[in-house]
Design a protein around this ligand. Structure first.
Ligand SMILES: Nc1ncnc2c1ncn2[C@@H]1O[C@H](COP(=O)(O)OP(=O)(O)OP(=O)(O)O)[C@@H](O)[C@H]1O
Ligand SMILES: [Mg+2]
Length: 220
């Protein structure tokens, strides 16, 4: 997958008769191999946008195309092409670190148990979690949980990695580790789309995007 194209995409929430326009006819094309950072105030619709790209939210109008095709109904393709790191990690509490990381591989019939396990071990090692494989989320620090969530997004080797505040809970050292890993992945040809409030990420970005008043535009 080379591109993710957003066309006239809108999403409005209605709650207690109040309308919240999160995304208002957004247009943008994300290209593989580039590192995008999306910034914007709390409540400006950043998570709504990432979750829409990942196919977890349906828009009111407009489309999101992968390689110019509408694949929103194809969970398997999305699962293999887009890796998502959620804002609140969403790890399965009843699974160990390594089981959480292996979870997205179960739709992939080409991998046997040993291969899944080896892949997960390697990714967790890269994220400095070799000695936490069998810990449950509640036995991990916030930063460790966050790195498990990053590992889970990487396991299927997706073309695009979406990360919603991936360093929110991390100290500076681990924050740098995550930014560097994402940058390395962009250099290896992956598309990286990161939501962050953190100014330290700016130096890694190819493009900084601002979401405000329902509109997405490049930072000038
Ligand atoms: N399920 C929902 N029902 C009603 N309103 C919602 C829902 N989800 C989000 N909203 C509202 O839509 C707006 C955008 O929310 P969103 O989570 O996308 O913001 P955000 O930019 O990610 O904020 P933050 O930086 O705090 O994570 C917010 O005002 C929020 O209150
Ligand atoms: Mg958010």
């Amino acid at each position: 997958m080379q591109t993710i194209t957003i066309r006239n995409f809108s999403k409005t929430y209605v709650k207690n008769n109040q309308k919240i326009i999160a995304l208002n006819k957004i247009n943008y094309e994300f290209i593989k191999g580039k590192f995008y950072v999306i910034m914007g105030k709390s409540g400006s619709g950043k998570s709504t946008l990432l979750n829409s790209i990942a196919g977890l939210i349906e828009g009111d109008s407009g489309t999101i195309l992968y390689d110019n095709q509408n694949l929103t109904n194809t969970a398997k393709l999305r699962n293999e092409n887009v890796g998502l790191v959620y804002q609140n990690f969403l790890l399965n509490e009843n699974m160990t670190a390594i089981e959480n990381v292996m979870l997205p591989t179960f739709l992939n019939k080409n991998l046997d148990k040993i291969k899944r396990y080896k892949k997960a071990v390697n990714i967790l090692k890269e994220l400095d979690l070799s000695n936490r494989l069998n810990h449950y989320p509640k036995e991990l620090s916030g930063g460790e949980q966050q790195r498990v969530a990053v590992a889970r997004a990487l396991i299927n080797n997706p073309d695009f990695i979406l990360a919603d505040e991936p360093t929110g809970n991390l100290d500076e050292k681990n924050e740098e580790l995550i930014f560097k890993i994402l940058k390395k992945l962009a250099n290896l040809g992956k598309g990286i789309i990161v939501v962050s409030h953190n100014k330290a990420i700016k130096k890694y970005a190819d493009t900084i995007l601002i979401l405000e008043a329902g509109d997405l535009h490049e930072d000038k």
